[in-house]
Design a protein. Structure first.
Lengths: 356, 329
């Protein structure tokens, strides 16, 4: 019993210490370490890139990270957590045990990962990619602004669909990028003045500017469920005018369901990311277009920035702390060239994966 | 049939609620999609029930669904095998997995829970490693193979509803399993093994062989189901495809009247159990409940349904006892 009490006391002391260190102090501590590197740069740094899950998107990012590692002569470890939050935490802890010099992570749930992110900042150098953790002690964020990307998707939808019922499908809403992307989409579609702090409740049905948002459906990455969600919503709303799939597979499955139900051209789709079926749908003309990110750039820039840190160089980080790698819209006219470029990068990613 | 009455009641209640409150629930296309989903999950649940009837459990169903489902497009698209090679290979592999489970349980006398839990980890790991965590899909091709799960047969006189092709294997399997238990000596031996393995063995029943074959059938059906799932969905990611499907299969089997202690099965109950879960998920969306409430609603409705079923059973048993006592007095 005594042992248990002392263990609990020790644990709470540990937690207290982590909680007691404010984000600002940890950022300063990291900057001090980078300043120290200036005097004594690391000859060969070892940095890590940690995704928020497993997807083709991340395979392309991996190709970017490995390519940067080769170019800059540093060691790169890439980790894809397949089992959600717990898995990502374990991977971060293991990397710290390994004595990694810097980590670029796409946090799954930044608010509830405050402790583990603080731990990374304390023992290594922390930057975020793809999905930001603005309140965590991260030195910078590499990626696009998900609100802006959502806004692009919303505007794309607005151009192609002049009003009616709209349904939103997304894997999960816990992560920062999902929330911002969804809000951006709604604001872009409804033609509102952009405001990233706005938040429309996912369960709220509302009509504005001629569009009725009938709901947002999540599936926790179960594809059969994701497909069933789309089918069921199309049954509930036979007059559905538009839908959007805000994660890659949501859009791919939307294309699949539209094809299976013969609703090509009857239900519009504003897509996200670069699923093969989505690109095919754009080429055929029944998908309005898709908003794509640059995962290769996320991987490449992450390694480049972390490597520069270990040489004492922080000049790549702007005052805002955000290194923007903007999203772009793929429509019928640029779909083919985009697809070719993507295939080449994916191939490079696979080869990098095979060598690792 | 008696064992299935409870789940049929729960199914009917949910169905009526869905008809009243669910928008467009009774449309042909919705019922068609529901039949498709119910058939797919029923195939997994029928497999699970064959192991549960022996008093065992198979936790690896979801991972076998994943491995078989992922391997199908992987072999077809990446390795350019012919469909006539891929389908038998994947089915044989699934049966081999079941054979390993069965032998480990009966010959090495390992706990089924442990053997299949290790399987759950092993097969998903293999699927992820084999594909390098890449999403596997048919890239818009192989329409003729996918037609195995995507064909819909028109019924003369009915316009919007067509029968999905997945219903055919589901019905064939249900009938075969039903006949196996009701008409063959092997079926009765398997039930006896589930009720009391030692007693069955001392009576000359080849229990080890029967239990092994149950695991073979379960994994074979999981692999077959996985293949149908991927034909239906079109693409899948090895890290999440089929996650928790074993729980849907086991829940459907137990709701349908299988006892986790073994020795009891109701084929109709298992199929209705699998359909109930799918109708419930569909109803939640059509009624307009928040999708965040989905698991809570499924859990609550099933718990209330099962509890009500048990109470009615006890009430009837007591009434029978009383009338019996009155008659003998």
């Amino acid at each position: 019993m005594k042992k248990l009490i002392s263990l609990v006391a020790l644990a709470s002391l540990g937690l207290g210490l982590v909680a007691a260190a404010p984000a600002g102090d940890l950022v300063q501590a990291q900057k001090d370490r980078i300043a120290a590197y200036k005097a004594k740069p690391k000859a060969k740094s070892h940095v890590a890139f940690v995704s928020n899950g497993v997807a083709d998107f991340w395979t392309i990012a991996k190709a970017g990270a490995i390519a940067a590692g080769k170019e800059l002569g540093c060691d790169v470890t890439v980790e894809f957590p397949g089992g959600g939050l717990g898995d990502q935490k374990r991977m971060l802890e293991d990397l710290l045990i390994k004595g990694i010099d810097g980590i670029s992570v796409s946090p799954i749930d930044p608010t509830n990962q405050a402790e583990v992110l603080a731990m990374v900042a304390e023992k290594s150098l922390l930057i975020t990619n793809d999905s930001d953790a603005p309140n965590a002690p991260r030195l910078c964020y590499i990626g696009m602004d998900n609100y802006d990307a959502g806004l692009m998707c919303g505007k794309l939808a607005r151009e192609g669909c002049k009003g009616g019922k709209v349904a939103i499908f997304i894997g999960r809403l816990e992560q920062d990028n999902a929330k911002r992307r969804r809000q951006g989409f709604i604001d872009g579609l409804l033609g509102r003045t952009p405001d990233p702090t706005r938040y429309d409740e996912p369960s709220k049905v509302f009509t504005e500017a001629g569009y009725t948002i009938v709901g947002t459906w999540t599936d926790s990455f179960d594809r059969a469920k994701a497909k069933a969600n789309i089918e069921d919503v199309m049954i509930k709303h036979p007059d559905l005018a538009l839908m959007t799939g805000l994660f890659e597979y949501n859009s791919t499955l939307a294309v699949e369901v539209i094809r299976q139900t013969g609703k090509e051209g009857k239900v519009q789709l504003a897509a996200f990311d670069e699923g093969a079926d989505v690109i095919a749908g754009i080429k055929e003309g029944f998908v309005l277009g898709t908003v794509v990110q640059d995962p290769y750039g996320y991987g490449f820039e992450s390694v480049k920035v972390l490597n520069a840190f270990t040489k004492g160089d922080m000049s790549m980080v702007p005052a805002s702390g955000v290194i923007n790698i903007p999203a772009r819209v793929i429509r019928k006219d640029n779909a083919e060239s985009f697809w070719k470029d993507l295939k080449a990068k994916l191939k490079a990613g696979k080869e990098a994966g095979a060598k690792k | 049939m008696k064992k299935a009455l409870g789940i049929i009641g729960i199914f009917a209640a949910i169905f009526i609620v869905a008809c009243i409150f669910g928008e467009n629930f009774l449309t042909g296309i919705n019922l068609m999609q529901l039949t498709q989903r119910a058939a797919l999950y029923s195939i997994l649940a029928l497999g699970a029930s064959l192991v549960i009837v022996t008093g065992g459990i198979d936790l690896s169903i979801g991972s076998v669904v994943c491995l078989a489902g992922i391997m199908t497009p992987w072999l077809l698209v990446e390795h350019e095998w012919a469909p006539a090679q891929v389908i038998p290979t994947v089915l044989l592999m699934s049966a081999f997995i079941g054979l390993c489970h069965g032998l480990l349980v009966t010959r090495l006398r390992l706990q089924p829970f442990l053997v299949t839990l290790c399987g759950l980890l092993l097969y998903r790991g293999i699927a992820r490693w084999m594909t390098g965590d890449q999403t596997q899909g048919f890239m818009g091709e192989f329409g003729e193979v996918r037609a195995i799960a995507l064909t819909k047969f028109a019924i003369p006189g009915i316009e919007n509803y067509r029968i999905p092709s997945t219903v055919i294997p589901m019905i064939v399997l249900a009938v075969l399993i039903g006949l196996f238990f009701s008409r063959t000596v092997w079926g009765r031996w398997l039930l006896a093994t589930g009720r009391n393995e030692s007693a069955a063995r001392y009576s000359g029943v080849p229990t080890a062989w029967l239990v092994t074959m149950s695991y073979v059938a379960c994994s074979l059906l999981a692999g077959f189901g996985g293949m149908l799932f991927i034909f239906d969905i079109g693409s899948a990611q090895p890290s999440d495809f089929g996650n928790f499907y074993e729980l849907y299969a086991i829940a459907a089997a137990v709701l349908g009247g299988c006892s986790l202690r073994g020795g009891e099965i109701s084929v109709i109950g298992v199929v209705v159990g699998a359909a109930t879960l799918q109708v419930l998920r569909n109803t939640i969306i059509l009624v307009g409940l928040s999708s965040q409430l989905e698991f809570a609603v499924i859990g609550a409705v099933l718990l209330v349904g099962v509890a009500a079923d048990e109470l009615i059973r006890r009430f009837n048993a007591r009434r029978l006892e009383r009338t019996g006592a009155a008659a003998s007095a």
